[in-house]
Design a protein around this ligand. Structure first.
Ligand code: MN
Length: 144
């Protein structure tokens, strides 16, 4: 079984409808199941109830920020290794460092680039699969 091919459920936490639907469209068109949340508390609740393979997390959210959402998700032991990808504005480079400090695994920039988006998701899912199989940097380096 290919662990990356099996990882098909992605939670998208985003309050901007246009962006939410773009990500949902791209994910579903590529065989992923997209679970949607438009607000942070809802996002944390769905992360817990659905155990997604990856979480896309907008930083600018109503009620609680994406940083607080990431910290809350990381507090749940079962979700400790789930990739959380911050969706940050291209114009706000400081958001990226803050997102990583809050527990995010990486980031993608808004506006979402439809040409690159799925490749980015697959790279993050592959990293997670490598990590779980112990085939990250160390063993790849040894094969050369
Ligand atoms: Mn937003």
């Amino acid at each position: 079984m290919d662990p990356v091919a099996d990882a098909r459920t992605i939670l998208v936490i985003e309050d901007q409808e246009q962006n939410l639907y773009l990500m949902k469209y791209l994910l579903e068109a590529n065989g992923y199941e997209a679970i949607l949340a438009r607000e942070g508390h809802e996002g944390v609740a769905k992360a817990r109830s659905c155990s997604p393979d990856l979480i896309l997390l907008d930083i600018q959210l109503p009620t609680i920020s994406g940083y607080d959402v990431a910290r809350e998700i990381r507090r749940d032991g079962r979700l400790g290794k789930t990739p959380i990808i911050a969706v940050t504005s291209f114009a706000m480079p400081g958001d990226r460092e803050d997102a990583l400090a809050a527990g995010c695994s990486g980031y993608v920039e808004k506006p979402i680039d439809p040409e690159c988006f799925i490749g980015q998701m697959e790279a993050y899912l592959q990293d997670k699969a490598d990590d779980e199989n112990g085939t990250s940097e160390a063993s790849q380096g040894g094969a050369e």
